[in-house]
Design a protein around this ligand. Structure first.
Ligand code: NAI
Length: 342
């Protein structure tokens, strides 16, 4: 396809290759005008004799500007630093946008959940700076900068305005971390007052915020928070709408965008052909909408709409993977979506 959009495809580890394979199949059948440039990262890169985060993979994302990525494994407690954190930091993908929505055919405790988590993606507790001061005393550095906190605030307010959302809620712990989280909430307030005074903004201490979130998630709209809180609250929120199999994400910077599901490489089910490809498929829909917004190519919007219709219809017809109470495998679910593309 000569007039296709070049995108980088990073299959990832664990269930990554299974779900990316299923998603590419759906994208192709939906007529998404994409040319894939496959690159490796994580364990797959090590297996190929490369660095865990190869420079050529980063260069490809810089060149093509858009990537679709499967999850990458990070060893617990020892071993290499997170590929995902590295990728986000090196490409300055400072905003993770994670829509969390109820789906017809996926019954959960709450109907009508429709919230979006905007997670700061490059600083906070995930600075990666950890030290042993003396034996038995270790520290992790939590970093907040004026630039980093203001740009995530700006991104969150713009999201509220552009999408016609109602309000922005800030989760923080500035009662304890007075300087770092204090800067976070001061920056949000300053960006609000200077540039987005009409957007209602509420500040909420994160522990009480989590309690309110599980009591009634429909009271929330767009939420913004630092890196670590965003990581945890994303999984919590996924649990409100059916789990990690149904929550997509985009990592966005000023230059590049990497689309990936919230879930990880799920080693417990890897290689069994049972993983739910929907979260990555929804991420691919976000990617197509991003390509439409940035290039004006209506084919991307059309393919996105077809796929969205396809997966909603499949779920409504009871076509589901195991995590959602069904019995379809990864590829069988993709086929159920393909049968309903329109
Ligand atoms: P995980 O998200 O991989 O799995 C948590 C649970 O959810 C598991 O029971 C898993 O089977 C299930 N699950 C996840 N995705 C699923 C899907 N698509 N369909 C059906 N079930 C699904 O989280 P965990 O176990 O904490 O992390 C495993 C590895 O993934 C770690 O190495 C971690 O560092 C990495 N990870 C990578 C991420 C990324 O690449 N963006 C994000 C989160 C974790």
């Amino acid at each position: 396809m000569s007039d296709a959009h070049d995108i980088v495809l990073i299959p990832g580890d664990g269930i990554g290759p299974e779900v990316t394979g299923a998603v590419v199949k759906v994208l192709d059948r939906a007529g998404a005008p994409l040319e894939y440039h496959r690159r490796v990262a994580g364990l797959a890169a090590i297996d190929a004799g490369k660095d865990v985060m190869p420079g050529e993979t980063l260069d490809a994302v810089r060149q093509y500007k858009v990537a679709l990525k499967g999850p990458c494994t990070t060893p617990v407690g020892k071993g290499f630093t997170s590929v995902n954190v590295q990728l986000r930091q090196k490409l300055n993908l400072y905003a993770a946008i994670r829509p969390v929505r109820s789906l017809e055919g996926v019954p959960t405790r709450y109907d009508h959940v429709d919230l979006v988590i905007v997670r700061e993606n490059t600083e906070g507790l995930y600075s990666g700076v950890e030290n042993e001061i003396i034996p038995g005393v270790v520290t992790t550095l939590k970093v907040a900068t004026t630039e980093g906190t203001r740009r995530i605030a700006e991104r969150a307010f713009r999201y509220v305005e552009k999408r016609g959302r109602q309000k922005l809620t800030v989760f923080h712990k500035a009662n304890i971390m007075k300087i770092t989280d204090g800067l976070f909430i001061d920056s949000v307030q300053a960006v609000h007052d200077e540039r987005h005074p009409d957007v209602p903004v509420e500040m909420m201490i994160i522990d009480a915020g989590c309690m309110k979130l599980v009591q009634d998630p429909t009271k929330f709209d767009v939420l913004v928070m630092e890196n670590f809180y965003g990581d945890v609250v994303s999984d919590l929120a996924a649990g409100l709408v059916g789990g990690l199999g149904v929550v997509p994400g985009a990592n966005i910077g000023d230059e590049d965008a990497v689309f990936e599901a919230v879930h990880g490489s799920a080693p417990d089910i890897a290689g069994k052909g049972v993983a739910n490809p929907l979260a990555l498929l929804m991420s691919a829909v976000m990617m197509l909408n991003h390509l439409h917004e940035t290039t004006g190519d209506g084919r991307c919007r059309e393919a996105a709409a077809k796929i969205k219709h396809g997966y909603n219809a499949a779920l409504a017809d009871g076509q589901k993977t195991r995590d959602l109470g069904g019995d379809l495998g990864t590829l069988a679910f993709a086929d159920a979506v393909i049968e309903r593309l329109s």
